[in-house]
Design a protein around this ligand. Structure first.
Ligand code: 5RP
Length: 239
């Protein structure tokens, strides 16, 4: 049986996704598609309006999951080689702070998600009420996902401890051993507690050899659409 809270979370995800799509998508746009459970609602709505309004949307995936979602919803799949400038990127997040900085990568797709976001004119984040925070690390307790080259994982974990983190190698499910990303790498989830200066932390982690990228998305978000418990969608950010 699904609990009332779970129902409200799903409703929050769906309302945020639909509002972000309906407010920001128009004819002939190139759309970046994020990953996770919230994006599923956005891609479904994109598929519907693309057909209803003949929008000619072209979509670039950030993971195997979003590749499949694009196809399943009858949208046109394209690549960064064909369209290196994306009009609108829609994606989920694990936590959003008051300045719209993000922790992402709970689903393990942070590297491709950051590539898509960094090549987009606009990044719109869709999330339910649990993700809205004052500070990163306040509500999201699984740590900052960090994608690393496998041979370097052990020394990187030692260095992350010296930065004040509590690193844990993410393990696979239904397979013994570490999770392998779509890029063939490992992920180290590192809890830094509440993060006072996310930009500074990001720079320090990126300076460690073998780190591919982090799930800290700093200063990239244009707007965050937060689906609240009451059915309303709170919009954070500016035009
Ligand atoms: C995947 C991500 C997701 O966008 C993030 O984990 C949010 O997922 P969900 O919509 O399921 O809450 O960063 O790498």
């Amino acid at each position: 049986m699904i609990s009332l809270t779970e129902d409200l979370i799903e409703l929050g995800k769906k309302n945020a996704a639909i509002k972000a799509v309906e407010e920001n998508v128009s004819k002939n746009m190139i759309i970046g598609i994020g990953s996770g459970s919230t994006i599923v609602y956005a891609v479904k709505r994109l598929g519907e309006i693309n057909k209803e309004k003949d929008l000619n949307l072209k979509c670039i995936p950030s993971s195997f999951q979003s590749y499949q979602l694009i196809i399943q919803n009858g949208l046109e799949l394209v690549s960064l080689e064909q369209y290196p400038e994306i009009d609108v990127d829609i994606d989920g997040a694990d936590e959003i702070d008051k300045d719209l900085n993000l922790i992402k990568g709970g689903g393990g797709c942070l590297v491709q998600e950051k590539i898509i976001a960094s090549n987009s004119r606009n990044l719109f984040i869709i999330a339910d009420f649990r993700k809205n925070s004052q500070k990163l690390g306040m509500n999201w307790k699984r740590g900052v996902p960090i994608e690393v080259i496998p041979m370097a994982y052990f020394p990187i974990m030692e260095k992350l401890k010296k930065l004040g983190g509590n690193p844990k190698l993410r393990m696979a499910q239904s397979k013994s051993g570490p999770l392998i990303t779509d890029n063939g790498n490992f992920i180290i989830d590192t809890d830094f507690g509440e993060i006072d200066n996310p930009k500074d932390l990001e720079n320090k982690i990126l300076s460690i050899p073998g780190v591919v990228d982090t799930g800290l998305f700093i200063g990239m978000t244009n707007k965050a659409y937060i689906g609240n418990r009451d059915g309303e969608v709170l919009i954070l950010g500016k035009d």
